[in-house]
Design a protein around this ligand. Sequence first.
Ligand SMILES: Cc1ncc(COP(=O)(O)O)c(C=O)c1O
Length: 417
Amino acid sequence: MSRSNAPHGDSDAAAPQGGSPERSPQLSPEHWSPRTLAAQALGRIEPVTRAVVPPLHLSTTYLRDPDNAYRSGFSYARPDNATTREAEDVIAALERAEAGALLFGSGMAAAAAVFCALERGDHVIAPQVMYWGLRRWLRQEAPRLDLAVDFVAMEDPEAVRAAIQPGKTRLVWIETPGNPLCTVTDIAHIAEIARAAGARVAVDSTAASPILTRPLTLGADIVMHSATKILNGHSDVVAGVLAGARRDAFWERLTVIRGGWGAILGPFEAYLLMRGLRTLPLRAAAQSAGALRLAQRLSQHPLVSAVLYPGLPDHPGHAVAARQMEGGFGYMLSIRAAGGEAAAIETAARVALWKRATSLGGVESLIEHRASVEGPGTPCPPDLLRLSTGIEDPDDLFRDLDAALTGAHGANDRPSA
Ligand SMILES: Cc1ncc(COP(=O)(O)O)c(C=O)c1O
């Protein structure tokens, strides 16, 4: 194990540690870049064998000291697992999270924990454009939790201000860039409005990653990621994470929900996630650069009526995105097929290189007809294809999509038998 002897939650994950033989030194986020922190997993060395790669800890239980104490800081694997902590500490360092980070069994479990930590009768403001699974969960479950939820155009700060119910609004949930329309929300501006009303701000930053945006430094209280996406990046782990600005009563409640309710991530998944995190900065840069190149080329395409990507200067959220994102605009973009829904579905059917699959953020590029997934009530237009750009050559990706768009156009033009 590589962390201090303090039980989880008792030491600052982002703080540099001393170099005693039992405690591996840790690279300080104040002194080293995210790329260095991630590549070296904070530079820790396993103290017993001096292994450069931390081991996978599978034990469910830990030996108690003869005097009945647990000086190791570990007692039982539901609340405490050293492999999980490794990944949490790297994410906390990247997010500049003073409270640390908590891994969950999925992004949905992490998000649900935030809503379950609210009090009955609280009012929540959520975006109209957000991950559809969480929107559906909120519609179904919020009434059972006695939470009132208003869905507003989060990219319009005045709409958020108007939706605030003084004394009742306790949480503003942001997702930026928003899935799948790539809407951009000004985190700092919304945080200012929420703070004035005594509400917390949580940001689903899945489509940005902590490499491109650090919401806690912009005034947010909590960051959430579906770590299933670019944090892991290899489409082989389902995981979620929360990172907190400060260790207050709300954060302690989240810790209890994660450990006490058992919404945990298994150690093997945490190990794979840790492996993925080491290359996150490189992948985020390459995938964002690829997405931008594709967005630029697709916006000239005669069979594409619109490209939704915050990196394009004509995107309504471009100025805000340029301010709050650093090093790229993310790996997700959407296009609208000029030929409508049938052309969009036919285009997805014809790709050879792109994988026709749901999810985001892996090294392999994915394409999806989103309205088919989201069903009735979605703000997603029927002609929209969501693209998740991987690390392949973006010009290969363009060629494949161009051929599919052209083939779909020909197929749709043929008179039906
Ligand atoms: C933006 C966003 N948030 C949350 C989630 C939910 O994450 P998970 O599938 O890991 O539960 C997803 C999943 O697609 C997502 O895209």
